[in-house]
Ligand binder design. Structure first.
Ligand code: SF4
Length: 275
């Protein structure tokens, strides 16, 4: 069922590239004709990593993770910024060849298959083609920045077992300054609420130095009120990667005091923290 549906949706997703509104930047460019929007991705898809990984949530690993090149956000602290900002990085994506590699990984002990980026939403046609070719029983993870649109989500409905979604910023000013994305909070909330209804959902928040009160607190309070019981991975391993030096407060790691305060708030609100 899922493979056949995914194959049909892959065609529909490819047609949508003629007026691309896959993410909330809503560019409306014709990627099939060589135009590019804010993600700079064309009609083709490249990937910069495809391997078994063990650094994600315990319930998901080992996972066979496929990372597409390019992203619609511009997070200055991205740990894979060189590839995630560059849709031309890496190798050309062949869905059949990658599905064969995923199948071998599953046979060798991988518990899940994860599709990520960069951001996979900007490569929705390739992602769905990949889903159409992997074993129907595989547990599939959609690792996303939660910045997609309703039409993109409609094509994703029923395709992935788990949405592993970032909620990075608790306010639009920080999102604009650090990731050059407007109206961030509203879009992410909409995606998370949808994902909760249509799949399993795990939310990730990367704590950032100087952003516990402005970002983590509003994220935590919203999750507590609107997504009670959602699984949350609160990550304290920030390091000043990529272009983080552009922002004074990001030129360091988190203090012990900040980490204690962040986890204290999570416990106070009764959030369901997972490793
Ligand atoms: S995926 Fe998003 S950023 Fe890229 S062209 Fe489409 S709407 Fe624009």
């Amino acid at each position: 069922m899922r493979p056949a549906l995914a194959g049909e949706r892959a065609h529909r997703a490819r047609a949508m590239l003629a007026d691309c509104r896959l993410c909330a930047h809503d560019c409306g460019v014709n990627r099939l004709a060589g135009e590019t929007g804010l993600c700079h991705a064309g009609a083709g898809t490249r990937f910069f990593s495809a391997q078994a990984e063990v650094s994600d949530e315990l319930e998901l690993i080992p996972t066979f993770a496929v990372a597409f090149s390019g992203c619609d956000l511009r997070c200055d602290f991205c740990i894979t910024g060189a590839e995630s900002w560059n849709s031309r990085a890496g190798l050309g994506f062949d869905a059949a060849a990658m599905a064969a590699r995923a199948k071998v990984a599953l046979e060798n002990g991988a518990r899940t298959i994860m599709v990520l980026g960069g951001e996979p939403t900007i490569h929705l046609p390739a992602a769905l083609e990949f889903v159409s070719l992997v074993p129907a029983t595989a547990r599939l993870i959609w690792k996303t920045n939660a910045h997609g649109t309703a039409p993109a989500r409609a094509l994703l409905d029923g395709m992935f077992d788990v949405w592993l979604a970032d909620f990075k910023f608790g306010n639009d000013d920080c999102a604009q300054r650090l990731a050059k994305v407007p109206n961030y909070v509203c879009v992410v909330r909409e995606n998370l609420l949808w994902a909760r209804e249509h799949s399993e959902l795990i939310v990730r928040h990367l704590l950032m130095p100087g952003h516990v009160e402005c970002c983590w607190r509003p994220v935590a309070e919203w999750l507590s009120e609107y997504l009670p019981g959602v699984k949350l991975n609160l990550r304290a391993g920030f390091w000043p990667a990529w272009q983080a030096r552009r922002h004074g407060e990001l030129q360091k790691s988190l203090s012990v005091k900040e980490v204690d305060a962040a986890f204290g708030l999570a416990h106070e609100l009764g959030l369901d923290l997972i490793p």
